[in-house]
Design a binder for this molecule. Sequence first.
Ligand code: CP
Length: 307
Amino acid sequence: MLRHLLNPMDLSVEETADLLALAGKMEANPSEYAHICDGKKLATLFYEPSTRTRLSFEAAMLNMGGSVLGFSSADSSSASKGESVADTIRVISSYADICAMRHPKEGAPLVAATHSLIPVINAGDGGHQHPTQTLTDLSTIYHLKGRLDSLTIGLCGDLKFGRTVHSLMTAMSRYANVRFVLISPPELKIPSYVRESVLERNNIPYTEVVSLEQALPQLDILYMTRVQRERFFNEEEYIRMKDSYILDRAKMALAPEDMFVLHPLPRVNEISVEVDSDPRAAYFRQARYGVYVRMALIATLLEVKVC
Ligand code: CP
């Protein structure tokens, strides 16, 4: 059966657990999986810039013996001549076995999935969702804390446009005793559709605060995010917002010893480089886990036989 991953909810809790377990096995014994995708091709269709997502997808496929093809910007594809996503995916369906698509417009991967003959993975659509970042985040949290339930998670920065935040909240809403502390300036608060469809519908406890210092002592995980210049219509507004939060060594002194800092990256100023040497800084480890969850996802969607 043709399956896509457009939203973290496309995978059940059990499927997500299986996928994280497979990612763990792939990390532990990479040579056992080095040929499971021999002869398969992954297309990376990136209409928006990326370092981690595109390259970790490509590394994932190469690690399993497959091949990769694709484009890294709309400018270098026929989108620049006006080709639609629907037409592009019809064509790519005869060139590749699976594709990962990033697009600035919310819903573009859904449109692609509607017209596709191969599995479509949403690699980030505008300010909407980023489900493979979420799998990466879940894997990281599980590695660090040994559980996905009974956690207080602080989400800090651009909660309005931050697709990684929206996807992570959506996925975490299915685990017991999870509580969110939403840390943002009033202008970048979580959108009402996420508040209603994720928090209120599932009776998830949450608080909204402006002060990072106030939130830090109560957190198990701090998820920092970048204020995204590319989502603002007004440069002045971006400049006013961009340094709303800067996590530094002094602020880390307010956090519990067993709190970990995650960030989907790229970072700009929101985490000072002096925090990188703190053992609680987990964002570079997080980026590494992204390769294994994408290996597990590709193998699962391609229905490759794995042990
Ligand atoms: N986390 C993430 O999506 O990074 P890139 O934009 O570099 O892919």
